[in-house]
Each structure stands twice: as C-alpha cells, then as structure tokens.
Design a binder for this molecule. Structure first.
Ligand SMILES: *Cc1c(COP(=O)(O)O)cnc(C)c1O
Length: 386
C-alpha cells in the first residue's frame, strides 16, 4: 500500500536521538532550547516555545492571548478538529467561517461579512484562527487588516505549513499574527513523533507560554510573590499544564530541520509532476496563488461526479483496491457530532460542505518515488475510467 503521508527518518536523525538517550537529559535539557532557536531562526521570529503537540500549542496560545469563558474563537471549518477544540478547553465558544473555493482556506470575503454582522450584534471574536490548509498560506495581510479594524487576535494554525513562504518571508515569522503554531506529528512535513511549537514576536506571550507549559511554576525571583532565602524555592503562580516536549523529540526535530528545505523541494517537485500527469483528467487540481509558496503538505484533487461520471467514494475505493491509500481532508468540523450538539449542521458552510463531498488527498511525502507516483496516477486514471 502506498500511504498518503509518511515520515522520513535518516541515519543522522537516529544518531541525534541516540545521543540524547546516552546523555544526562531525556527531558527539560539542552536539546529543547536548541530546537527552539533552530526553528525561530529558520522562521525569523523572536521566540519559539516547544510543546508536546500542536493541540497543546493551540490551547496555550488561546490562554496566553486571554481567551476566556464567554469569548468567541472563529476558525475555518475545513481543518482538523484541534483548531476549534482549543477554544472549548478555555470554556470559550467556537464559530466557523466558510472557505474560499480556490484555496480551500478561510474565505476572507466570508470573514469580512461575518465580522460586519457580528459587530452589529456586539459579539465580535476575540481570536481568529486561519489554517494554512494543505500548506498554502492564507491571505494574511487581509486578515491582519481585519484584525486591526475589529480588534481580534490572530493565531495561525500552520500545522501544514512549516517551510511555506509569503511575500514577507517564511510562515512563522508572525508578521501578520500574534502567534503561529506548527505540528510535528509524523504525517506532517517535519516530525518529532508527537510535537508542536508556538512562534511569536511578543515577549510577554512567550513568557506566559513557558509558564503555562510547566504547571504555572516559576523559579524566577522576579516573578515570585515573596523573596526567599531558600535556593530550592519555586512558586506556582498560575494553573498550568505539563505540556513539555522531551529532549528526545527536540533532538529529532533539530536533525529533521536540517533537511526541511530538501523536504519542501521534493514536495514541490512531486506537486508539479502531479500537475503535469493529471492535466486533462475530469478533476479539479489544486492551484498555488502567485504571491505564495506552498509547502505542499497535501495534494487535494476534487472529483465532480457530473464531469467525472464516478463519485469520490468510487474513486476512493478503486484506488485503495489498487494499493493507493488515498485519504480525505477534512470532514467539516461544524458537522462533527460534538459541534452539531452545539447547534451547527448542514448548510452552515455550504462551500466547505460541497468541497468535502468531492475532495480526495493523493499520496504526497518526501520518500514517494517518481515511479510510485506513476502508480498513483495510473490507479487514478483507472478509477476515473480515463
Ligand atoms: C495535525 C493538525 C493539528 C494537531 O496537531 P497535533 O500535533 O497532532 O496536536 C492541528 N491543526 C491542524 C490543521 C492539523 O493538521
């Protein structure tokens, strides 16, 4: 079976992890700080805070930006559930914005209209979470303009987009946002097993994230409520969590980061090759806006049954029978039973719902060979009877 995604682990990665295993520190050691500096340098951001997952990174970002019970967080419905759940962990409400029919990212027009209506009702969001779906960056300058106009904070969910670029540089530079979140789950572009990170240029937010990552405990005399003579003194000054990354994971991350540009070039090559091989088939291919460079986490095609004469489900089954483990990204989050129970349902985000009926993710990962990709293309042609 050719999977839709797979990690690439080199000998150097294994050596880096082994070195940590032989060292004094398995967690809370020097590899974490090194990985944070490596990623913040790569992205050109002031701070990076490593965490045990992107889910933890989204949760702490919301807390650090002050999201509370009664507040609203808005996100795209075409995402993994974690982009929305982070608000619920804080006791806040979630609302969903429909997607752009070309990029499948949050629709800036839909966001604009929804904000104008929300302002009239007096219930504006405190945080908006744009998701760089498939690695294609959202229109961040436009979203940042709206953030200024309506006074919300911006959390970029860049779980798909480490290594992607916009006019101002790499995704993660936080030029147009308060924080940016990366995921290092094995299906993503770069992996630490489980892992996530928050990038920010805001000193106070970075400090808060570090505090919340370790139970709300500080050893900094300047942060303590009273002076102490005792060298072992620490104080818990807030309710935090154990959301730390281990040194084992961080060492893997730093080692993987050395190959990030190579990972991205291979993905770009494979995406171009799909584009050439699939031209002329009765499907819609993904497009890249001229002002961005996608990191190509996913290659999503759209199968319109009226043009292709087969349904997405038929193509899915047929390709799997031919050894190609295609996948679907995403079931709109507002249609999940948990969010239906909060009042959402069919018709709330019609563009994303229609997109979901037709979407299919083809295999795309660093180690996918050209000849394996040819097998994928053949299996797709057979499935489409083309
Ligand atoms: C994978 C993913 C997450 C969650 O990442 P974890 O590191 O597994 O917690 C969040 N948002 C999006 C868009 C994702 O794809």
């Amino acid at each position: 079976m050719i999977p839709y995604a797979r990690q690439s682990i080199s000998k150097a990665d294994i050596d880096a992890v082994s070195e940590v295993l032989r060292s004094d520190w398995l967690t809370q050691g020097p590899a974490i700080g090194r990985f944070e500096i490596d990623v913040s340098d790569y992205c050109n951001a002031r701070h990076a805070v490593a965490l045990h997952s992107a889910t933890a990174a989204l949760h702490l970002s919301c807390l650090a930006l002050g999201l509370q019970a009664g507040d609203w967080l808005w996100t795209s419905t075409n995402t993994f559930v974690a982009s929305a759940n982070c608000a619920r962990y804080c006791g806040a409400n979630v609302d969903f914005v429909d997607i752009d029919p070309e990029t499948y990212n949050i629709s800036v027009d839909a966001l604009k209209e929804k904000l104008a209506r929300a302002e009239k009702k007096g219930v504006l969001p405190k945080i908006v979470v744009p998701v760089h779906f498939s690695g294609h960056p959202c229109d961040m300058p436009a979203i940042a303009d709206l953030a200024l106009r309506y006074g919300f904070r911006v959390v970029e969910d860049a779980s798909h987009a480490i290594g992607a670029e916009v006019l101002s540089g790499k995704v993660g530079n936080c030029r147009y946002s308060d924080v940016t979140v990366f995921s290092f789950h094995p299906v993503k572009i770069l992996t630490t097993g489980e892992g996530g990170m928050v990038l920010t240029n805001d000193d106070a937010v970075a400090k808060r994230l570090r505090l919340l990552r370790t139970h709300g405990i500080t050893r900094d005399p300047g942060e303590m409520t009273k002076e102490s003579e005792d060298p072992w003194q620490y104080e818990q000054i807030e309710l935090g969590f154990n959301y730390r990354m281990t040194d084992i994971q961080a060492a893997l991350g730093s080692s993987q980061l050395v190959r990030l540009d190579e990972f991205i070039s291979r993905r770009v090559h494979l995406a171009r090759r799909y584009q050439l091989c699939l031209e002329g088939l009765p499907i819609k291919l993904p497009r890249e806006s001229p002002e961005v460079k996608s990191s190509w986490h996913l290659y999503v095609i759209n199968i319109d049954v009226s043009k292709a004469n087969v349904s997405r489900r038929q193509v899915y089954d047929s390709m799997r029978e031919h050894g190609v483990a295609v996948n679907v990204h995403y079931i709109p989050v507002h249609l999940q039973p948990y969010y239906r129970a909060l009042g959402y349902g069919e018709g709330y985000c019609p563009v994303a719902e229609k997109y979901y009926q037709q979407a299919l993710s083809l295999p795309l990962f660093f180690a996918l060979t050209d000849s394996e990709q040819d097998l994928v293309v053949d299996a797709l042609r057979k499935a489409l009877h083309a």
